[in-house]
Design a protein around this ligand. Structure first.
Ligand code: MRU
Length: 354
């Protein structure tokens, strides 16, 4: 089973993104014709979700390469400087999800390791690499879904937070991918989706994806989760991750930490589902992860409607860190990581450098 919508697609030199700011009310595409459009799309959350912004940024590099094709023909050094500048602009669009920097690094290292004699060849190489990031992400999500489905008991009631579906990735999804896999393998699951304030990714996007996939579900306001967990109504919590530290601390959408503490208290299994590209091996623990703080209007004017007094001061971090002690496991495409997380994550790092 696959989605009927496309999250991101590069066609005829234009990057097409489904405009997630408008969902579920309108299904419209946002077109990016240069890398500045891509930077805007990521910063303004036309596209969001860690793997999705990584793949989107990769196409931003292709657009930059197209823009500076003439510079490539006259001076490869000057072109490399322009490419780096474009990557710096793209990387600054959102600071927390590591997939963004990971994808940009991969694009630059592809460029640096390939000797191209013409601009057309160079653009082709970068285009192919961006396509590879996109298609590998979908394949990775499908692999994680199969692995993750093994820990989903039949008839499970699952709680999820934010949006981790096809919209948050190049396609299929991470935690929502596991949920879809469990549903399509006829496990008779039921899903509670947190609305996920202040941007309502759960209400606007996850509820929409769950309904498209015909998965039995209910939308809840974020504050309901505690009651459901205490009352034994939740068998399993599955959510994504924007950056995983080397000790297994998981940075994810604001509200994740609160859920993890409740699950720890009431003994509910709590899993993060992430591709290995979301692990930042260079960060020892979650305290070092940069947390994006977004504008006050997200809280004071949800959906453009004023709900708070003029001039009120607001604290609006977009993410929080769940300590690894609260996690049952981290589901990846190379298997489920269980405690001790630090040792097991180090084994994955070593297998990548071999
Ligand atoms: O601010 P967002 O909507 O980009 O935050 C997204 C999340 O926190 C997701 O849970 C995370 O990126 C994992 S998505 C596969």
């Amino acid at each position: 089973m696959d989605e009927t919508f496309i999250t991101l697609e590069f066609r005829k030199g234009i990057l097409h993104l489904i405009d997630q700011r408008l969902l579920p009310v309108k299904e419209e595409m946002f077109l990016c014709s240069d890398y500045r459009d891509v930077e805007f799309a990521i910063r303004d959350m036309v596209v969001r979700g860690a793997p999705a912004i990584g793949a989107t940024a990769a196409y931003g590099v292709v657009l930059a390469a197209m823009e500076y094709a003439d510079v490539f023909d006259s001076s490869k050094e000057a072109f490399r400087v322009e490419l780096q500048k474009a990557c710096d602009v793209l990387e600054a669009s959102r600071p927390t999800a590591v997939n963004l920097a990971w994808a940009l690094r991969r694009m630059l290292s592809k460029y640096d390791s390939t000797s191209c004699s013409s601009a057309a060849q160079m653009i082709g190489v970068l285009h192919q690499e961006a396509d590879a990031i996109r298609s590998e992400d979908i394949a990775t999500n499908k692999a994680m879904s199969k692995i993750g489905n093994e820990i989903v008991p039949p008839n499970a009631t699952i709680l999820t937070h934010c949006n981790t579906g096809a919209l948050a990735t190049a396609g299929w999804g991470t935690a929502l991918g596991v949920i879809k896999e469990a549903h399509y393998s006829k496990k008779n699951i039921f899903v509670y989706a947190d609305e996920t304030r202040p941007r309502f990714q759960g209400a606007r996007l996850t509820a929409w994806e769950l309904m498209q996939a015909k998965i039995p579900s209910k939308l809840i306001s974020d504050s309901v989760a505690a009651t459901l967990i205490r009352d034994g109504c939740i068998d399993l919590v599955l959510l994504g991750g924007d950056r995983v530290a080397a000790n297994g601390d998981v940075c994810n959408k604001i509200g994740t930490f609160m859920l993890s503490a409740l699950c720890k208290l009431y003994g509910v299994p709590f899993y993060s589902v992430v591709p290995v590209s979301t692990i930042d091996f260079s960060i020892a623990s979650g305290v070092d992860i940069p947390i994006e703080e977004r504008e006050a209007t997200e809280v004071t004017h949800p959906g453009g409607v004023q709900v708070a007094p003029d001039g009120v001061e607001v604290f609006n971090p977009a993410f929080d860190v769940t300590p690894h002690q609260h996690l049952t496991g981290i589901i990846t495409e190379v298997g489920i990581i269980y405690p001790p997380f630090k040792e097991h994550i180090e084994q994955i790092r070593l297998s990548l450098v071999r």
